[in-house]
Design a protein. Sequence first.
Lengths: 222, 215
Amino acid sequence: MAKEELILLDFWASMYGMRVRIALAEKGIPYDYKEQDLRNKSQLLLDSNPVHKKIPVLIHKGNPICESSIIVEYIDEVWNHKAPLFPSDPCGKARARFWADFIDKKLYQIGRKLYTTKGEEHEAARVEFIECLKLLEGELGDKPYFGGESFGYLDVSLIPFYSWFQAYETYGNFNLELECPKLIAWAKRCIQNKESVSSTLPELPKVFAFVQYLRKRFGIDD
Amino acid sequence: MADVVKLYGLEGSPFVCRVKIALNLKGIEYEFVVEDLSNKSADLIKYNYVYKKVPVLVHNGNPVSESLVIVEYADDAWKGVPILPQDAYGKAQARFWAKFVDDKCIPTVFKAIGSHGQEQAVAEAHEQLQFLENELKDNKFFGGDNINLVDISATFIAFWLGAAEEALGIKVLTKDKFPKLIKWSDNYVNCQVVKDSLPPREILVAFFKKRFGGN
């Protein structure tokens, strides 16, 4: 398949974009990566995602698909020859979708509060963030991956957040290895065993530097 | 062995209604367990320990939570009338719009209701509803000739919104701006499967009067 048939509009630090990159890498699919300037959005991005004007957007044969969780499901359905990300049973699928939705509803918003708020709001966010991670740890249990023996949809959905952990730890003022050892072990396992992950995730200090830059831009002093 | 299906919910919830519609569409018999949200059952807390909310579907002892996740589960678990298109791109589009209704339409519409039709709140709701209006194009339903995931996700707009408008004497879904959505609402609530799932309108009007009435 020609590279031009598949275009990904993305931003390097976006954990949502990373999900798509990991899924494409799992399937071994070539694509044209187009880094987006989110402060000066391209016409292609505005045309491809007129509703939200956000990345990631996957454009397949001219058809745009938006929302990372939806894009990953699409990739899994279209390129079903290799590395299935979903289990085949409806219950397993529902479970994966439920927890991916939980990550979207909770983890991102609360994580953002860790580096953009102060005082009581910040303290509440700290508590809630650890609660969220512990719930996810509970779902992982003793399995090597959320998908069981193999890396799956929920692993893809969560692992990008690991690249933000240095930022979360610093501004949340906690030691995540102490708070959620199983989750940290899982993250390291993903990086070690899955090339799709190790080749996609940016270095934690690089993301941390980006968050420091964001804080300056929002006028939050260190 | 026969399926054992239980749905934990309450009559007035538009999210529970989504699941009822999906189950009715598939012709599934189920036991409806009414929950009192001020006194949640031990079962509800056990089955949905993350959010402790309704709806929760329990199929042969396996719980599924979050209404849109449940509706997709119903489509995966039971054959019969399809809720999603067959092709991957069609599915992606349907999921996108269903999520849009959940993430953008319902919250802004609810805010417009809660503010008693305050101008700014209504304008924000209109901005989101306009996308939905355009997406209908010339189709009877978002699913084309038949209802699909998007129609089901927008049940609140088709039925709950009208009840709120009546209760509070406000207008959010105006005919001049949203002729397609109004026509769609009418077609949608008159589908037998939807009709069989909706609560009585008076209950909703009373609910909105009590919750938001009295300036």
